[in-house]
Design a protein around this ligand. Structure first.
Ligand code: NOJ
Ligand code: CA
Length: 565
């Protein structure tokens, strides 16, 4: 009999479990849009606690909570006013502790978001910096500069924020501060010791509360060399990203993470971290190494088409990168920053670079743009999304899922402009696409009723009528639903996961990928539209209807080791 990994034991024994994160399925929760317990239209921590059974039944291993900290929501909570508290609209620290206890009771680990490149402009430090004036110690925690031009009325450089517009904002006394994202997100100065100490304190604060891991926001941006004269925006783009770039992916950011590593490793088991680092591929292992953050997101599939050649190359490449760092690979099809993959796969393929790769910037622009609405093939997108999901869930490494993808949700494109919240929409006047609100619409739990069961007082982003078709309550009754497929896949995955390797099996059909895991499980994905003949009849899971002996077009099947079924 082929040996298979045991399912995880029911008793949660954090001290003795093997590194849980290496092949974990981590489910991302965008707290303000998950479940609302008190009817104010905003999802909250008790709302999540009330749905822990749902999370456990889904079969995931961990939950990653996007920011729930006090925030004025200039950037969906990524503008943090206090790193060591819960936004009063979302609950209290006691509620948070209760949530962690409930998740741990179900053997679910907890990952939280740390946002170290910038604070909110409402943070006490920034308010103090505004009051303290030029040259003060308080201002040195941020990046303040005098302006240029005769009266200093021009910004220190022509740098552009990622969200559009100038990356510099002028304050009342005439100085300017740097913000790579929204105006309300001043960049911190990582040359300042207070900044280091405060984040070390924050990591311990949450580590002591039982948090199992951290997702590090824009992990490649903290440290900067702003020696004057500053390069122009155009010059900045041309400077090689070799570790010495003034603002991106600098080697010295890993000095910060070496300090963090000491904190992570002071716990038993060590706290984990995953880097959100948009860096050149050869530099990803620096972030994923055990001396640094230990794991890094791989966003290649967010930018790929539903295409066998791209999928195969990305998988091979990322398993190779993971091996270089000693970490495990990560797979992401959707998150809170991109158009949901069910919709993406219904769009025409975007134009490609010569070598087939999209640049990161191009990729983000495309997925944020949402594509031409009239060109969307919704059922096709949903079918391909299911096939891509089963392809990904069979891979070695950890998979990061985004709330609602298990329901097969599409992007909501129809949010009126005055109901939108995302600064990328407002700062670009909508010219860079619809922004990210369309994947952040509160989840449908019930087929009808107030906000489809999200809460009793409406939803902070409007839900379309078609959400009824994707409601948890409806999908739970349907064995062919997306939710049923995710549940079955995540249950089977405990048997499928074995050594962190795969072997490609040649299919003699360029539209079909097939791989085998060390314990004999196989995954076959037909990316084409025709049928692919299958030499085995023992399909245990499929992303769509199958007939004996064939894998239909745009479908994935899982095959168990022969002895198993
Ligand atoms: C990456 C986060 O995922 C995104 O939502 C946020 O806007 C930026 N970082 C800035 O914090
Ligand atoms: Ca609420």
């Amino acid at each position: 009999m082929t040996s298979v990994d045991e399912s995880p034991t029911s008793a949660f024994d954090p001290k003795h479990d093997p590194p849980w994160w290496r092949q974990a399925v981590v489910y991302q929760i965008y707290p303000r849009s998950f479940a609302d317990s008190n009817g104010d239209g905003i999802g909250d921590i008790p709302g999540i606690t009330s749905r822990v059974d749902y999370l456990a039944k889904l079969g995931i291993d961990a939950v990653w909570l996007s920011p729930f900290y006090p925030s004025e929501l200039a950037d969906g909570g990524y503008d943090v006013a206090d790193y060591r508290d819960v936004d009063p609209r979302l609950g209290t620290l006691a509620d948070f502790d209760e949530l962690v206890a409930a998740l741990h009771a179900h053997t679910l680990r907890v990952v939280i978001d740390i946002v170290p490149n910038h604070t909110s402009d409402q943070h006490v430090w920034f308010q103090e910096a505004l009051r303290a004036g030029p040259g003060s110690a308080a201002r040195d925690r941020y990046i303040f500069r005098d302006g240029t031009g005769l009266d200093g009325s021009k910004p220190p450089s022509d740098w552009q924020s990622f969200f559009g517009g100038s990356a510099w904002e002028r304050v009342d006394d005439g100085q300017w501060y740097l913000h790579h994202f929204a105006t309300e997100q001043p960049d911190l100065n990582w040359d300042n010791r207070d900044v280091h100490d405060d984040f070390l304190y924050t990591l311990r604060f949450w580590g002591d509360r039982g948090v199992d891991g951290f997702r590090i926001d824009v992990a490649h941006m903290l440290t900067k060399d702003l020696t004057e004269p500053l390069p122009t925006h155009a010059e900045l783009q041309l400077i090689p990203r070799d570790g010495k770039h003034p603002t991106l992916d600098r080697d010295d950011v890993h000095d910060v993470y070496a300090e963090w590593r000491a904190v992570f490793d002071s716990y038993d088991p060590p706290r984990t971290a995953v880097a959100e680092a948009w860096v050149d591929r050869e530099r990803v292992p620096l972030y994923a190494s055990p001396e640094s953050l230990g794991q890094a997101f791989n966003f290649d599939l967010l930018q790929a088409d539903f295409d066998p050649e791209q999928f195969r190359r990305i998988v091979t490449d990322n398993l190779d990168l993971a091996a270089q760092s000693g970490s495990s690979s990560t797979w992401v099809l959707s998150n809170h920053d991109v158009t949901r993959h069910a919709t993406r796969y219904g769009l025409p393929h975007p134009p490609r670079e010569k070598d087939g790769w999209l640049t990161v910037k191009h990729g983000i622009e495309w997925v944020l743009a949402g594509g031409p609405a009239d060109a969307i093939d919704l059922p096709g997108g949903a079918r391909r999304a299911r096939a891509a999901t089963l392809f990904v869930l069979g891979l070695p490494g950890s998979a990061y899922l985004y709330q609602g993808e298990e329901l097969g949700l599409h992007e909501v494109a129809t949010i009126p402009d005055d109901a939108r919240q995302d600064p990328t929409f407002f700062r670009t006047g909508g010219t860079d696409g619809l922004g990210r609100d369309g994947c952040r619409v509160p989840l449908p739990w019930e087929e009808s009723g107030e906000s489809f069961g999200f809460g009793s007082g409406g939803a902070h982003l409007p839900q379309p009528g078609w959400f009824a078709e994707h409601a948890v309550a409806r999908e739970e009754k349907d064995a062919t639903s997306s939710l049923a497929m995710y549940r079955r896949a995540l249950t089977l995955r405990h048997s499928l996961q074995s050594g962190e390797r795969l072997e490609w099996i040649e299919t003699r059909d360029p539209t079909v990928l097939r791989y085998r895991r060390p314990n004999g499980w196989e995954v076959v994905t037909n990316f084409g539209v025709g049928e692919y003949p299958l030499d085995r009849a023992d399909v245990v899971l499929s992303s769509g209807p199958v007939r004996l002996g064939v894998v239909p077009g745009e479908t994935t099947v899982w095959l168990a080791p022969c002895e198993e079924y």
